[in-house]
Design a protein around this ligand. Structure first.
Ligand code: SF4
Ligand code: SF4
Length: 435
C-alpha cells in the first residue's frame, strides 16, 4: 500500500506535500454564539436545509486522499464551526480509517473546540488517541464571557474552564486558543495568569480583525486595535521570558515559539510568518476544498473532494495564486527592518487604506513587539545555537544553501527550537494550524 502511494506522489508535477489538512466535518454549525465568529456567516454558503454533517463515504475518501497527498507525516486538524457536534463516534471512525489506510506514514490529530460538549468519554478518546486539543478560552470569566456566549446569552467560562481541567486530568494535551479583542487587549497579564492557574501551559493568541457587519469600510467594534496589540505582545513576551527555568521556557506561546524559529533560521510553524501561504488545505463537510480557513469563499473554492484529488488541488494553479498573495507585500513592508521575521503578517489582516494602498491593520503593533523583543530573541537564538551544535551546523548549511525564503524544515526528532526541551514532534509540530 505504501509503495503504491509513493508512486502516485512521484507522478505529481511539483511534488508539494500536504503537511496538514483542516477538516470541518460539521461545516459552520455550532452550539455556541460568539459575537466575533467569522465562520457563522458561512451558513448561507452551505445551505443544506438541515444540519451539515460529513457523510462516512466522504470521510473515508478524505482520509485516503490526504494520505496520498502527504509527505512522511500528516496532521488532521478537525475544526468548525464546532466539530464535536459530529459525536465521538465519528472521530473513532476517522481514527480507525487512518489506521487502516496510513501504510508507513505518521498521522497526527488535533481538535479545535469550544469544549461545551466534552465529557469523560470524549476525554478518554482524546487521550488514548493522542489528540492535541485547541480549547477556545479567552481568559478569566469577565473576558471570556464578554463575547463567547450561548445562544441564550449565558456565559460559557464556567463550563469551559471545568472542561479544561477534565482534559488535563485525563492526560490530554491542551492548547489554550484565545482571541484578542478590543476588551482583552489591555489584559495580557491577567489572561496569562489565569491560563497558568488552570494548568494551560500552551497558549495561542489570535487577534480579531473583522469588517463591520453593516459597513465594510470600518472594522467591527470588537476588533483588536494595533498599538495596544503591540503592548499586549510586549507584556506577554516579558511574562513568558520571566517564566524561563534557566534556558528553558516553562510555557509555550505559539507566536513567540514561531518567531524564535525564524530568528534561528528555520521555517516557523505559524503560517503568518511564512513567505507564502498555500501550505495546507481546508475540506468542508460537503467535500468543497479551499486554501485557508479565512478564505472559505466561492471565489477561492479549489474544487470538490468527490471529483478531484487533494494532491492535484494542492498543486493547482489557483492554490499557487493564493499562495502568492502573501508575497505581494504592501508598500511599507518592502523596506521594513522586520520583514525577514514578520513577512507582512496574514493577508486577511491587510486592509485597504484611505489612499488605496493595502496595509496590515496590526502593523504598528507588530513593530512595537519586534522593537521590544528583538535583542532578547537574538540572544535566545544565540543560546539555542550554542546548546544544539549539530542543529546549528544544519542551520548554518541551510543559510549557505539558502532557499528563496532562507528557511529550512526541522526534523521531527530534532530538539524543538522553542527551547521546551521536547522533541519537535512532541512540541510545536503538534500545534494546530494557526487559527
Ligand atoms: S491564515 Fe493567513 S497567513 Fe495563514 S494561510 Fe491563511 S491567509 Fe495565509
Ligand atoms: S512590521 Fe509591518 S511593515 Fe514590517 S513587515 Fe510586518 S506588517 Fe510589514
Amino acid at each position: 500500500m505504501a509503495t503504491r502511494r509513493k508512486k502516485k506522489r512521484g507522478a505529481r508535477r511539483s511534488g508539494k506535500k500536504l503537511g496538514s489538512v483542516l477538516v470541518k466535518p460539521s461545516g459552520p454549525d455550532c452550539n455556541q454564539s460568539c459575537a466575533y465568529c467569522f465562520y457563522s456567516g458561512k451558513q448561507q454558503m452551505f445551505d443544506s436545509g438541515g444540519p451539515r454533517r460529513m457523510p462516512d463515504d466522504l470521510l473515508e475518501r478524505l482520509v485516503r486522499q490526504a494520505l496520498d497527498a502527504a509527505g512522511p507525516e500528516i496532521a488532521f486538524c478537525w475544526q468548525g464551526g464546532e466539530p464535536t457536534l459530529m459525536g465521538v463516534e465519528f472521530f473513532e471512525h476517522a481514527v480507525s480509517l487512518q489506521q487502516r489506510h496510513r501504510g508507513g506514514y505518521r498521522v497526527g490529530n488535533s481538535l479545535q473546540t469550544n469544549g461545551l460538549a466534552l465529557d469523560r468519554r470524549w476525554a478518554r478518546f482524546l487521550a488514548e488517541n493522542r489528540f492535541l486539543v485547541g480549547l477556545s478560552i479567552d481568559g478569566p470569566a469577565h473576558v471570556h464571557d464578554r463575547y463567547r456566549r450561548r445562544r441564550s446569552g449565558a456565559g460559557t467560562f464556567a463550563r469551559v474552564s471545568d472542561r479544561a481541567k477534565l482534559l488535563l486530568d485525563s492526560g490530554v494535551e491542551v492548547n489554550a486558543l484565545a482571541v484578542v479583542t478590543d476588551y482583552s487587549v489591555d489584559r495580557a497579564a491577567e489572561i496569562y495568569g489565569v491560563f497558568k492557574e488552570l494548568g494551560l501551559r500552551h497558549m495561542q493568541f489570535v487577534p480579531a480583525v473583522e469588517p463591520h457587519p453593516y459597513d465594510p469600510t470600518r472594522l467591527a467594534p470588537f476588533s483588536c486595535p494595533p498599538e495596544p496589540y503591540g503592548a499586549f505582545l510586549a507584556q506577554l513576551f516579558d511574562l513568558w521570558l520571566a517564566d524561563f527555568a534557566g534556558n528553558e521556557p516553562t510555557t509555550s506561546v505559539r507566536l513567540f515559539d514561531s518567531v524564535l524559529y525564524s530568528y534561528v533560521g528555520l521555517e516557523p510553524p505559524e503560517c503568518s510568518l511564512l513567505a507564502e501561504c498555500g501550505t495546507y488545505l481546508v475540506v468542508e463537510h460537503d467535500g468543497s476544498v479551499f486554501p485557508c480557513d479565512f478564505f472559505v469563499e466561492p471565489g477561492w473554492r479549489l474544487g470538490d473532494l468527490r471529483a478531484e484529488r487533494l494532491a492535484d488541488l494542492l498543486d493547482s494553479e489557483r492554490q499557487a495564486r493564493f499562495g502568492a498573495i502573501k508575497s505581494a507585500l504592501p508598500l511599507e513592508c518592502r523596506d521594513c527592518r522586520w520583514l525577514r521575521h514578520c513577512r507582512g503578517g496574514c493577508p486577511k489582516d491587510r486592509l485597504v487604506r484611505g489612499d488605496g494602498e493595502r496595509a496590515n491593520h496590526l502593523c504598528a503593533g507588530l513593530k512595537v513587539f519586534f522593537e521590544h523583543a528583538d535583542k532578547r530573541l537574538r540572544g535566545l537564538a544565540e543560546r539555542w545555537r550554542a546548546t544544539r551544535p549539530e542543529l546549528a551546523e544544519d542551520a548554518r548549511r541551510a543559510r549557505l544553501a539558502r532557499s528563496s525564503d532562507g528557511s529550512r524544515k526541522i526534523g521531527r526528532n530534532d530538539p524543538c527550537p522553542c527551547g521546551s526541551g521536547l522533541k519537535y514532534k512532541r512540541c510545536c509540530m503538534r500545534s494546530p494550524a494557526g487559527h
